[in-house]
Design a binder for this molecule. Structure first.
Ligand code: URA
Length: 272
């Protein structure tokens, strides 16, 4: 393994560098230098006698459910989510659900924030580091921008309900895979059904595409009203908009986000 600096400041700088780069999660007890691992012996060569030394820690085994085929796990998720008769029950079921491997690298389940009685529900993609630490959606910089945008239309978190399509943080903030989304989808669908908002704001492409079944990218669909069809047959007016994390990276696009929030305000006032 690469030599580590010995003084404290240099070690801290190295750690900071990794965190900045999104490497802020240890998936194993000890680091492995994959580049240094010996090449496989040719087939006919005899396997070398095992060397004495400290045994490598066993790989962290995922529970059986997380290792099953995604369609099978998605079926289990649908079955379990259907049983929840309240948001509290749904959160408890989700906390005990072992079918999504993200649960085992995340620190916390970030189920929801805000007021489930609110007229508006906002759904993002997946928790980041701050949300994972605190256990609630939209707690970091994106959440702060979201709060400022809500304030422009006279709303705050006591009036809206906030969740994500995937409630566990993907390691290093990577995008959740289609399988992870498919496994978590029955839970967010039930969460929407139980919260039963009047309006659904889909924050970013993945939320819009996965909840509304649309293929187009967010720049084409934002600002247009769609219908979200809940499994119980209820129809909810849904508006895709740009994700606050995108707006932090592309501040000039904030005007589009602002327009979408104005459209939501008009709809809340019965003017749309
Ligand atoms: N981005 C999301 O999509 N959700 C969060 O909770 C935080 C950042």
């Amino acid at each position: 393994m690469q030599d580590l600096p010995s003084d404290r400041d240099a070690l801290q700088a190295l750690l900071d560098f990794h965190v900045e780069a999104g490497v802020d999660l240890a998936l194993d007890e000890t680091p492995h230098n994959r580049f240094a691992e010996p090449k496989a012996e040719p087939a006919q060569a005899k396997a070398p006698a095992p060397k004495a030394g400290p045994a490598a820690p066993p790989p962290r085994a995922l529970p059986k459910a997380a290792a099953a085929a995604p369609e099978e796990v998605a079926g289990m998720a649908r079955e379990q989510a259907r049983h929840a008769q309240s948001l509290e029950e749904l959160e408890a079921i989700l906390a005990g659900f072992d079918g999504c491997a993200l649960k085992f690298s995340a620190k916390n389940l970030a189920f929801a924030d805000g007021n489930p009685e609110g007229r508006v529900m906002l759904v993002g993609e997946a928790p980041g580091a701050d949300e994972d630490r605190i256990g609630k959606p939209f707690m970091g910089r994106s959440g702060q921008l979201l709060d400022r945008m809500l304030a422009t239309i006279g709303l705050d978190r006591s009036q809206v309900y906030v969740a994500n399509i995937v409630p566990w943080r993907p390691p290093g903030n990577r995008t959740p895979t289609p399988q992870e989304i498919a496994i978590c989808k029955p839970f967010i669908a039930r969460q929407i059904e139980l919260a039963s908002p009047e309006f659904l704001l889909c924050l970013g492409g993945p939320a819009a595409q996965n909840l509304l079944g649309i293929k187009d990218g967010i720049l084409r669909t934002r600002g247009r009203w769609f219908t979200y069809k809940a499994e119980d047959g209820r129809e909810i007016k849904a508006l895709p908009t740009l994700h606050p994390a995108y707006l932090l990276r592309q501040p000039l696009q904030k005007r589009l986000g602002w327009r979408d929030f104005q459209a939501l305000r008009r709809a809340l006032d019965g003017r749309e």
